[in-house]
Design a protein around this ligand. Structure first.
Ligand code: SAH
Length: 345
């Protein structure tokens, strides 16, 4: 990383301060902000800036960019998977999904991940680094540019643990929401966490209207510890208490993710455990037949086991449940796999 000011990570008021620090009038900050969201990739592109300011900016600031290294389009459903190269040689993945209600992009928040979940491709080589707010914004902007259509929904469910990059993710959420920026409403954004309890409490205090998704994947501590190292840090009781505080504070329903893995967490008894845990809560259960990754032995649950799981949680415990539809099946659209291939992980 260099030490040039990353202008795309700044709020309009900060850009104004920055302009003033360069001996310029405040309104230049606003012009920079507007230029960035009109697609400027260099300061010269911002045509209303004087040459002298462009020279100063080029010296001490930068407009970051990502390069589309790969773009795979699914013939089945139009899902587009991107591998975006970052300026330091790292790469992250983003996936654009087409739904009736608009385009949703799944973005990464870190290069790699240090959470170590046993079934996940993104964590195989640990954490390289966290992404800057600008690098999260750029995934959205570049995808929009590539497909020539706007993105209306964002899910932070790509590579990385968003709450392990808390400050930058929070800044990103606020930036992407700005009316003069990408203007994507908080209710159109979901953030998924493996359950970093302290950070969930911090996030609750922000009282954003985003959807919080919590990766549960097992309903007993014993089983959860086998597949998610974070379970050694926080018990399920502590996690659920944090979820309750989050709902109390924000009034938002929590979405629980549960990857169904054959023979590991998909028995009727598992379904009853999940049901007992979530019963009566403002909760939605999102079941994801696990996506097998290279060299791991996990297999997705049989159709019958999935149907029985759904039947138990819905009929016995009245929990609203969906089974995630697989998109982009022909392009390996789940996260972490393109980067793993690129970097030989
Ligand atoms: N770190 C965040 C975001 C991870 S990706 C989190 O843990 O929530 C979003 C979801 O995909 C998580 O629920 C994650 O556990 C799940 N996931 C990861 N690898 C998967 C796989 N191979 N099959 C199915 N779901 C997977």
């Amino acid at each position: 990383m260099n030490n040039k000011t990353d202008v795309l990570s700044l709020f309009p008021a900060e850009l104004e301060e920055f302009a003033v620090s360069l001996g310029e009038k405040k309104f230049r900050g606003k012009q920079i902000f507007e230029g960035l969201y009109h697609g400027a990739t260099s300061f010269e592109d911002i045509s209303n800036l004087p040459k002298t300011l462009i020279a100063k900016l080029t010296e001490c600031a930068e407009i970051r960019s990502v390069a589309t290294e790969r773009k795979l389009v699914s013939k089945i459903d139009g899902t587009v998977k991107f591998l975006f190269g970052l300026q330091d040689g790292n790469a992250v993945e983003s996936v654009l999904m087409r739904y009736k209600h608009g385009n949703t992009i799944c973005i990464s928040t870190q290069v790699g991940c240090r959470m170590g979940c046993a079934f996940c491709a993104s964590t195989k080589a640990g954490l390289q680094r966290s992404l800057l707010p600008s690098e999260m914004l750029l995934q959205v902007m570049q995808a929009q540019k590539e497909v020539g259509e706007p993105v209306s929904n964002i899910v932070l469910m790509g590579m990385g643990e968003p709450l392990d990059n808390y400050d930058n993710v929070l800044r990103f959420l606020k930036l992407v929401n700005l009316e003069k920026g990408l203007h994507i409403g908080m209710r159109h954004i979901s953030l998924s966490t493996c359950g970093l309890v302290d950070r969930m409490d911090d996030l609750a205090k922000e009282n954003l209207q985003i959807t919080l998704s919590v990766s549960l994947h097992a309903a007993t501590d014993e089983k959860r510890k086998e597949i998610m190292p974070v379970a050694r840090r926080y018990s399920i009781a502590e996690l659920m208490a944090a979820c309750d505080r989050y709902t109390d504070r924000t009034g938002r329903r929590i979405s629980y993710e549960y990857a169904l893995i054959a023979g590991v967490n998909d028995t009727p008894e598992d379904a009853h455990e999940v049901g007992r845990l979530l019963k009566g809560k403002l909760a939605h259960l999102n079941l994801i037949p696990v996506n097998p990754i290279k060299e791991k032995t996990f297999r997705k649950s049989e159709k019958e086991a999935i149907a029985e799981f759904v039947r138990i949680v819905e009929t016995h415990y009245k929990i609203s449940t969906t089974v995630r539809r697989k998109l982009g099946g022909d392009i390996d659209a789940s996260c972490g796999q393109l980067r793993a291939e690129r970097d030989g992980l």
